[in-house]
Ligand binder design. Sequence first.
Ligand code: ADE
Length: 261
Amino acid sequence: MAPPQSDQPDAAAGSGAISKVLIVIAMQTEALPLVNKFKLVDAPPHESTFPKGAPWIRYHGNYKGLHIDLVWPGKDPVLGVDSVGTVSAALVTYASIQMLKPDLIINAGTAGGFKAKGASIGDVFLASDAAFHDRRIPIPVFDMYGIGARKTLETPNMLKELNLKVGKLSTGDSLDMTPHDETAILNNDATVKDMEGAAVAYVADMFSTPAIFVKAVTDIVDGEKPTAEEFLQNLVAVTAALDQAVTEVVDFISGKCISDL
Ligand code: ADE
């Protein structure tokens, strides 16, 4: 009898080696060292992946038997700064999944960390869960939809092998933290706080694409220093730790199936 037909790629279904990895990164400073590390090249205009008008940028190439696409949402067309936050992250993730059909997504970036939960500057976390902290809808069930808590892909073997911390990730569209945010982040039991992860997780889940979240701590949110100042001060140094961790993650993934992770 013929095996049942499936429109899922083998690796996504858990059998067969992972071949296509999509790295989603919000900031150019975080992305470019990885572009160099993996020797990725700019996708030429005739290979254009994204609709005309979108500022999103894709680099691609082959590394250790994997095809890697690295996307970042580009610069805001008016203000010229990186398009950080959940809206751009969700859009570029959606378009990339549709066009590139990755077996696995890695959302990599910097994050704020809570020292009360064991985070220090330069730590790199693999998020076990992702949820939102700034979508407050105090109506039964809508409240849970707003928080949008979900588990990320479990990677027990990767955690055994690599020197990464594990913690829950909470996502919102602000770098700073209001008292409302703080309560919601504590309710999410989060150790790290970013501006994209839960949005990427939402889109990845929608299309049954396994996703992992690698987050490096640039600032201590429950510390003394103003967040923006500490973030900018540590961005370049912590990006080096992030890029090292992402390289180790990709090296670990090479030749493996989703179920081996
Ligand atoms: N990225 C780096 N630091 C952050 C913070 N404190 N909040 C949200 N995103 C961040």
